[in-house]
Design a protein around this ligand. Sequence first.
Ligand code: KG4
Ligand code: ZN
Length: 314
Amino acid sequence: MNILGIETSCDETAASVVRGGRKILSNVVVSSLDEHRRYGGVIPEVASRRQLECVYPVVAQALEEAGLKLGDIDAVAVTREPGLIGSLLVGISFARALSFALNKPLAEVDHIQAHVYANFLGEKRPRLPAVGLVVSGGHTSLYHVREPKGFRLLGRTLDDAAGEAFDKVARFLELGYPGGPAIDRLAATVPQTGLSFKCAALQGSLDFSFSGIKTAVLYHRRKFQGTSPYPVAEVARAFQDSVVQNLVEKSFAACRKLKAKTLLVGGGVAANSALRRRLEAESGREGVDTYFPELSLCMDNAAMVAGLGFHCLN
Ligand code: KG4
Ligand code: ZN
């Protein structure tokens, strides 16, 4: 079954053809990120206008790269929520019209579940039930995953998402937008640091909170702004270490609580090199198999939407 996936929830316009829920035949992503950079965050109006311009050519390119015609598509899948409403509307309207015109089924899927589903694309066969950790610009949540489309929320951030905290801290440190990759790169240049910033532990809970650590970095920056040179890389390292530690501790606490032996990580922050390293190192000790999507499938993409769509229709 060939499913055409369409993803337009934020600043990426993406289309992909996936066969049988796993085999990626094409995966096209266009981003309007460059237009948002100077504002330090995504401007919804700009994003949705670019979605309108890009959706048709991106879908056409995904079909061409898959070597297929519209008539070879068995179903359409699209991101229903969450996301920016103007951006979502473009993809949903396009997908509904296509499904209607082709007389093929339509699956409207959840973006967060799709990020976790990215771990099932390709040859991997993660065993379920699992704990799902979604860490993106808009979400930081833990789920009990019993089947690819069956999720139960275990905990979530009470304020900022992890990616949002990376982006805001990067802004205080004048590292540009998006901040996650910049902090990741800079933190890797210092082997260790005596600096320390703490995430709120929220003992006994699987919820997260990142707004306190973000403010702590802001106050540090204000207090030591005059210091020459201000230790930007050390601050980035200390901030990242603490966020990673918090994500790792909560993820394995959830695995222990549910006696789950599989951890599925997804979302943009799943690309973070320190998080990947720490989770891998702890997995052995915890007796848990941890999965990450390959880097290109951590970010917003439509292959994860098409893949999850297959399970929603079957
Ligand atoms: O999943 P995604 O592409 O979009 C949302 O659904 O939000 O995630 C984007 C987020 C941004 O906040 C970005 O800073 C963060 O993922 N990110 C990273 C890294 N690469 C992207 N955060 C930490 N380390 C990275 N290497
Ligand atoms: Zn996302």
